[in-house]
Design a protein. Structure first.
Length: 371
């Protein structure tokens, strides 16, 4: 098969889908790998690094998209890339379609096969989302702490506190991968940490891991309102796989927070999990907006800020399935690796993931019927 690796074009997106070790494996498997010139440079990978392992550099995105059977990307295709879609082309990347009606329409109309990293599912785990959630959770704490400083518009709080002065309070909504990474980092600083989730088994597990370092609370509107009221930093990481994020933090709740507090909405890539951030993603070059005196951070590609770490972490997880798809084709790969079935969001003009179909008003067609 022919695999194409275009350069990412989202604002300040410095990651690349394929690192040299992965390109080498694909080439040794007998595939051809085309990489757009400069695609890896912001992750510290040169064109020569790719060429040394058998990758072929092409000058333009257009050539990469045109030659490839499988496009291997990081972020969802942007509008300027829709023109490259064609029937049967496999697009293997993060898609977040429930929050992207225009992209969904372009993919459905063109007949591409869209395999989304974030909905590949092993048991209850999302193995291709996990590495970026690990990064995003850690960075959410780091970025939140940065914007709590007075010079960045925050209330002027040092989360660690100092002897004689209280520590800050961090509230984490959603106790999955990103939430746990954020809470671990916050507890490591010695902040007061509260985690909320609807999954009681997960809360039990976390209370055994963290002990008294982290307070766990069942996630209800009442408990969220009570917790965020006196929080310095709120980090929201809720996820209902494939679906739009529920708007758990309301404008009314934000109004009760102290001015200069910070909300980091990690779940922005699924449409946003607060009433103010809903459909209001920000970018690394302009990450914050202020509503009701509270700073809202809703960058949709947080891991892009640490591209070198993130490209390797992501590729470690995604390349395994790419090799399978390239070797067996989509149909046979789904038969041998059923965890890939929920990864197929659109195929041959149909929406094949129920959560996306329901959210965006399409008829749902099971993958087995669409392919
Ligand atoms: N902005 C970014 O750059 C970026 C990067 C990586 C991940 N993400 C996003 O972060 C989100 C979380 O990812 P994850 O891998 O941690 O997911 P996860 O599935 O591991 O965790 C999500 C948690 O949310 C919980 N949840 C569901 N409904 C809830 C509710 N009503 N109240 C409280 N908790 C609830 C689930 O029980 C689960 O524990 C996803 O939307 C993902 O796409 C964003």
């Amino acid at each position: 098969m022919i695999i194409g690796v275009p350069k990412e074009i989202k604002n300040n997106e410095s990651r690349v889908s394929a690192v040299p070790g992965a390109v080498q494996e694909l080439v040794l498997d007998g595939h051809t790998v085309y990489i757009e010139k400069g695609a890896g440079i912001n992750s510290g990978i040169t064109d020569e690094d790719y060429e040394a392992v058998g990758g072929i550099i092409l000058d333009s995105a257009e050539e990469v998209w045109a030659k490839a059977d499988i496009i291997y990307k990081v972020k969802e295709p942007l509008k300027s890339e829709y023109k490259y879609f064609r029937p049967g082309l496999i697009v293997y990347t993060y898609l977040h379609l429930a929050a992207e009606p225009e992209l969904t329409k372009a993919m459905v109309d063109s007949g591409v096969i869209g395999i989304a990293f974030e909905t590949v599912k092993v048991g209850r785990g999302l193995p291709l989302l996990r590495p970026m959630s690990e990064v995003a959770g850690r960075l959410a704490l780091q970025e939140g702490a940065r914007f709590l400083s007075k010079v960045n518009g925050g209330k002027g709080i040092l989360l660690q506190g100092v002897p004689g002065v209280d520590v800050g309070k961090v509230v984490v909504v959603g106790a999955g991968v990103a939430g746990t990474a954020a809470a671990t980092a916050a507890a490591g600083l010695g902040a007061k940490v509260t985690m909320l989730d609807v999954n009681l088994d997960r809360l039990t597990e976390l209370s055994h891991i963290f002990g008294r370092d982290v307070e766990t609370l069942y996630s209800t509107k009442y408990n969220i309102a009570k917790s965020v009221k006196d929080a310095d930093l709120v980090i929201s990481t809720v996820l209902i796989p494939g679906a739009r994020a529920p708007k758990l933090i309301t404008k009314e709740m934000v109004a009760t927070m102290e001015p200069g507090s910070v909300i980091v909405d990690v779940a922005i890539d699924q449409g946003g999990s607060t009433e103010y951030t809903e459909n209001r993603p920000t970018s690394h070059s302009d990450p914050i907006f202020v509503e009701d005196g509270v700073l809202h951070y809703s960058v949709a590609n947080i891991p892009g800020a640490v591209a070198k770490t993130s490209s390797y972490a992501l590729c470690n997880a995604t390349n395994r399935y790419l090799r399978t798809i390239a070797k067996l084709g989509v149909k046979e790969s789904l038969a041998r690796h059923p965890e890939l079935i929920p990864g197929v969001n659109v195929a041959n003009g149909k929406v094949t993931l129920k959560a996306v179909a329901d959210d965006l008003g399409y008829d749902y067609v099971p993958v087995e019927e669409a392919i």
